[in-house]
Each structure stands twice: as C-alpha cells, then as structure tokens.
Design a protein around this ligand. Sequence first.
Ligand SMILES: [Zn+2]
Length: 307
Amino acid sequence: MNQVVVALDVGGTGMKCALVRTDGTVHHTERHPTQAERGPEAVLDTILDVASGLADKARADGLEPVAAGVAVPGVVDEENGLAVWSSNIGFRDVPVRACLQERLGLPAALGHDVRVGGIAEARLGAGQGHRHVLFVAIGTGIASALVVDGAGYSGAHGAAGEVGHIVVRPGGPVCGCGLRGCVEAIGSAKSIGRRYAERAGQPGATALDVVTRAAAGDELAATVWREAIEALADGLVTAQALYDVGVLVLGGGLAQAGDALLRPLEQAFHDRISFHRAPEFVRAGLGDEAGCIGAALLALDHLERTA
Ligand SMILES: [Zn+2]
C-alpha cells in the first residue's frame, strides 16, 4: 500500500498539512502559517505551493500521490469545488479545486473544515460505531457537522450545521453574525473569555482561565461558565430535536476543558429534554488533526466516485 493523499486544512492563522495513506493513517505532517493578511490570491498560491511540495515529498519517499483534499472555513460549495465565502481568509468564489487539479495533475476535492473534521471523527475518531454523529467544534466560533453513515450533510447552499447561530437568548448579546442572543455570543470560547474579562475588568482572560477560576470558587467565573453551559445546552437540545443523533462529539479549543465541559453540559442537556432521546456525549478523538484527516477522506471518496 504505497498510495497517499495530499491533505490540507486551511485555517485563519495556520495550515495543517499531511500525507495520508488510503487507510486513513498519517505518513507525514507539516504546518505552515496562512498569513491571511496578504490577501486571498497569495493564500491560494501558498496552498498550491504546499500541496505541490507534499506531492513531491511523497514521490521522494517512494509513495504515489493519488489525489488531493483541501478543507477551508466558511461557506463551501463542495460539488463545484468553490470556496464561496470565508471571512477570515477573504475567499469569495475561489475555484480552489480546479486550481489544485491543474497544478498537481491529480483529482482533487474541496470541503468545509468542520464538516470534514466531523467525517474524520465519525469514521476514525470518537464517533466510531455510531451511524448518526453530530460533531460540534467550540472555539472562536461554534460550528457543527451532521454525519450520517460516514457522509457529511452540507445542505442546499453548503451552509448546514450552523448551530452556533441558533438564537437562544432573544435580545441578548450581539453575535458576530449581527443577530442577538446566538449560542455563539454566549457559549463560544471567545465569548466566554470576553464576557468574563469585561465583567471582571481583566482584559485577556481566556475561556480556560474561566473554567479554572470557576472550579477554584471564583463566583463571577462560575456565573459566566454556567451561562455558557446553559446557552450551549439550549442550542444542542434544538439540534437534537432536529437531528436525533446517537453521539455528540465535542471538539474545538473549549473541549480541552474535558469533563469540566462535558459533564455539566450533559446534565444541562438532560434537564431540558422531554421525549427526546439523548445522545452520548464524548470528547473528540483526533484533536486538531481532524480537519486534515477529513480532507484526505474527502479526496479518497472523490476518487472512489470518479473511478
Ligand atoms: Zn450569530
């Protein structure tokens, strides 16, 4: 088995890149800065240079690169291989897949970072053994991916899974999307840090600081943390009412809080349900490599479909 896929997970600050074997195991990884401030064209050039360098590395290692997969944030048209809209990279209708295919001379696939991360968690990570998986990434923002039988659900416009923008506190704090009272405005790692920092007059406090201080008896931290857990639980109950998944896989930076997040969130979820069936609550298993491995899986799926 000497075939590999070139995989890149492009984020606002960094690119996680890998050569992944056809069974999903990783042969080689590398990381590069995105430097999004250079503009979308320069970022695309870097993506193509890094991908082509990885294909060369594969050949130098005696392996055969057979496809490429790239994951980006924002709104992604997977069918047409377009990065439609991404606020933190500045992509607007960029034909990433066509550029990759042309540069590498290999079949390529483009996917949404959280959706492919969900595919990786469902097939190879914490969601294994379940047919219906909701992967929820809680970091700067909150996004989710519904994965059924190993396939991601992207919606009619490539924009499915935005659980972070379910309004749970009408008239509440302003969200980055412009609405008020979204889950994300109260429960994202960024919001937790900001809300505590504002009320405590301590700029720079992070969500993980809030978790630690709440556990140590800081009342303000405990209040901010409880409000976040309650907002997240309200959003997830809505998601479960719609999706009825078997397992909820929690990832993103906030999942580093481990049981300090999982157990109170699970309890708050159970406090809010009636006839709904509760999913299992588990922490993501692939860490920050999920997006990169997922990009590789997407490329392999694409190969299989076009073979
Ligand atoms: Zn919002």
